[in-house]
Write a protein that binds this ligand. Structure first.
Ligand SMILES: C[S@@+](CC[C@H](N)C(=O)[O-])C[C@H]1O[C@@H](n2cnc3c(N)ncnc32)[C@H](O)[C@@H]1O
Length: 229
């Protein structure tokens, strides 16, 4: 069995690996660092397999709106929250459902007047263990450190769970940070699984291989949960 940061053993149930093209139809504005934007093929795959047309799709870490654009394009209805004002405005400026997204903190998701959601797909900001800068608080030193980050992540998904319909699926894109065995290695996949398992039942982990992948980013991971606790 694999272990998280606390040494707790983790269930490693896995779906068969999949291969997707590294494609995006809505790239971030030129000049922006969009290294944390995922390819649109990723939400498209999960939306195709887990949702029907007309479904309400939630992304608590909207970023450049990749989940929302894919959802809208596929006849689903996007909702979401983004803390960064420029990213929020850029996404809102192009979405037909711009009034469904909010500029704010995902920790407030349950009080932002969203309707019940059929599906959630997101990619939270990643944080390396050993650093102070906590991306969930915009680096506020009062909330520094990895433990605070994981605790806040757990809290955010408690709020997300309040929005999700019973038995709705929640897919979280996450990768470990640093090299396995290296001093700065962070088992973020396992730690995210532990943090979210307080709100959802863990279903499986899926490895996604990128077609024509760059050598430094050949594959990624998604965790699949169900809202049935
Ligand atoms: C990994 S990016 C998401 C990228 C997105 N999937 C895309 O393709 O554009 C994570 C996003 O979460 C946002 N974020 C960080 N802390 C947040 C918070 N507390 N509430 C809402 N959004 C937050 C960041 O500004 C960033 O845009």
């Amino acid at each position: 069995m694999a272990e998280d940061t606390t040494g707790a053993e983790i269930n490693m149930c896995a779906f068969a690996p999949i291969t997707l093209p590294f494609t995006s139809n809505h790239n971030a504005p030129e000049g922006d660092d969009n290294s944390d934007q995922y390819p649109e093929s990723l939400p498209r795959y999960f939306l195709e397999h887990y949702t029907q047309k007309g479904a309400n799709i939630f992304d608590p870490f909207l970023g450049y709106g990749t989940t929302a654009f894919a959802a809208e394009d596929m006849g689903r209805v996007p909702y979401g929250v983004e803390a960064d004002g420029e990213r929020f405005e850029w996404a809102a400026g192009q979405l037909a459902h711009w009034q469904n997204i909010r500029h704010g903190d995902a920790a407030d998701a349950a009080s932002l007047h969203f309707p019940p959601m059929d599906f959630c797909m997101t990619s939270p900001p990643f944080m390396p263990r050993g650093e102070d800068w906590n991306p969930l608080y915009g680096g506020d030193p009062e909330f520094a450190g990895y433990d605070c980050y994981l605790e806040r992540m757990g809290f955010i998904f408690v709020q997300v769970a309040k929005l999700m319909k019973k038995d709705a699926s929640v897919v979280v894109h996450v990768d470990d940070v640093g090299n396995v065995g290296g001093e700065t290695f962070t088992p973020l996949v396992q730690d995210m699984k532990t943090a979210l398992s307080k709100s959802f039942s863990f279903e499986a982990e899926t490895t996604i291989h990128w077609e024509d992948a760059k050598p430094d980013y050949p594959q990624t991971q998604c965790l699949v949960f169900k809202n049935n606790l």
